[in-house]
Design a protein around this ligand. Structure first.
Ligand SMILES: Cc1cc2nc3c(=O)[nH]c(=O)nc-3n(C[C@H](O)[C@H](O)[C@H](O)COP(=O)(O)O)c2cc1C
Length: 175
């Protein structure tokens, strides 16, 4: 009996699985900024470092970020139903590391204030977006958090951004 040849669309399921480490490395070639998502309305401030932030819509003003389903911020977010995106400036690399640990960083060591909706924001971040949670969608081992932007602010003069590229944080390459 002649061997049956599969058409390309029938071979889809035969692709070997993409390893998490490979996916992390390849996605890391997409350069991003670095943010700290803060929350904790009416309670102690909490935050975690995130580079999955992106803008979604201008009218209405919507943004999103992806949060690991085991993140300590999940419970805080459910309680507050609001979050702030703190866009980090280049000198804030230590802040990014401090908020990327299993415990939330000690806010006493990071300049912050309460902004709109009672959300904590990091004073030295180059920009803030204060958001109400609109919805949260499942996305594998993360959830996709969609927020409506209710207020923004930006430092002037604008500092240089903190950039995450190829697994490392640093300054944007000079032109
Ligand atoms: C540059 C950078 C970007 C990160 N981006 C994300 C992200 O988009 N979503 C996420 O859930 N964790 C992200 N993390 C990991 C969290 O910051 C870290 O796992 C977390 O703070 C550990 O505690 P938690 O998981 O309880 O929040 C990132 C870490 C770094 C250093």
């Amino acid at each position: 009996m002649p061997a049956t040849r599969l058409l390309p669309h029938q071979q889809e399921h035969e692709h070997p699985p993409v390893e998490p480490a490979t996916l992390r490395r390849v996605c890391g070639l997409f350069a991003t900024g670095v943010t700290v998502i803060t929350t904790g309305v009416g309670g102690p401030p909490a935050g975690t470092t995130v580079n999955s932030f992106t803008s979604v819509s201008l009218e209405p003003p919507l943004v999103l970020f992806c949060l690991h389903h085991k993140s300590r911020l999940q419970a805080e977010l459910r309680a507050s139903r609001a979050f702030a995106v703190n866009v980090l400036a280049q000198p804030q690399q230590e802040v990014a590391r401090a908020f990327a640990g299993r415990k939330t960083a000690d806010f006493e060591t990071v300049p912050h204030r309460r902004a709109e909706l009672g959300l904590p924001v990091l004073t030295e971040a180059m920009a803030h977006l204060v958001c109400r949670v609109v919805d949260q969608y499942p996305g594998g081992d993360h959830s996709i958090v969609l927020g409506k932007v209710v207020a923004t602010s930006a430092l002037a003069p604008r500092p240089d951004p903190l950039v995450f590229f190829d697994g490392a944080m640093g300054a944007a390459p000079p032109e």
